[in-house]
Design a binder for this molecule. Sequence first.
Ligand SMILES: [Zn+2]
Length: 475
Amino acid sequence: MKNSDAVWAFVEAKREAFFTLSDRVWDVPETNYEEFSACEEHARLLKQEGFRIERNVAGLPTAVMGEAGEGGPVIAILGEFDALPGLSQEAGIAEERPLISGGNGHGCGHNLLGSGSMMAAAAVKDFLAANGLKGRVRYYGCPAEEGGSSKGFMVRAGVFDDVDIAISWHPAAFSGVNNPISLACNELNFHFSGRASHASATPHLGRSALDAVELMNVGVNYMREHMPSSARVHYAVTDAGGAAPNVVQARATVRYLIRARTLGELLGLVERVKKIADGAALMTETTVRSEVVSGDANLVGNTPLEECMHANLQRLGPPDFDVADNDTALKFQGTFSPEDIAASYARFGIKPKKGQALCDLIYPLGSGDGSIVGSTDVGTVSWVVPTVQMRGATYAIGTPGHSWQLVAQGKLPAAHKGMEYAAKVMASTALDLIANPALIEAAKADHRERLDGNPFVNPIPDDVSPPLPESPNGR
Ligand SMILES: [Zn+2]
């Protein structure tokens, strides 16, 4: 046992408070910069734990930060607490049963994510104090991960500028170091303006914004053959200009979500899509205005940090799920397709074990393929701070992401165990770093090398504001 592993007992001592925090956040699922109650719950526990608190981080009303310790390096542990729309679901039952029709639900396990990260930070704080060690630990409670890119706005505001290392995790089916592959993405609105006219009497006087949207989509679809095969382009017509076919539509808006493996590739692709929009405007004698809504950079890996975290995972061993946990997970597996379960195993190159519904191993470093990838705003942080993330098993193998089954498993004993497990690994990783300045230097050197020739450009431009709702008091 290493010295830093003594922190695991500090994590265990915090079970009750942090399981309760996670459950309370699960009970009031809030989305996209409206996480007022989740943020309040996090701030309250930070205060109770004696952290120095900063509210309204980067001007985001639902972002909160707590710092503890003095001197030494600054280790950030990142948390999230936002939910998803349309996933309301009763806890603990393997049957689709919404609590509120059309309501929100924690379909990505962020109730566990935020609580587990703060649990790690609180244990590190107590360990530093108990051992008279120098070092600062910060918990960043970040809102709106699901499409809101809050960490991109936080990076832009410079809130990570003095951070040495960032650590995070995500609830998952398997446990291990996160293979740092994600797509850089940008979401943009293209607003076309034309001229309204009677579509039958005076069509020659009208200039259709909807025609422009359609031509833009055709143009982008032709671009697909000539873009990297790993890139993704999705679109939705968010304003077709009205419901009347006998009017030439004077306005229309299409929203594009563009994704690519690297930031450089993404920025190039966005420029090409903008040119196609200009072309569509030219063809239809309309005008177009584009605006960025959100954006994430791709994840930058870090070998020294990944090796350090993997060593911690191995020393701790997999979470100790019991027979009752596995039996419950088996009931959930009964609601998945065999393809869901097989695909989940295949991603990590692990052979399925009959009757085993919860992960009982640590997958090898570097596994977890990159073929099924989305985007995360942790990516943007990883360009400005050396960053490492893990996955901690909290739910049945094969659980589809953003599903009612994932929501339903969010308060189970297995979820709490997986969360405590992740908190332990993150805490001992943080303490390894604090105890070993050479390791921090190695992580920084690795980071510099990866960025050499790839300057960071925040995919959220300076003039874009976060899509904040009104404050709860103002409503
Ligand atoms: Zn998530």
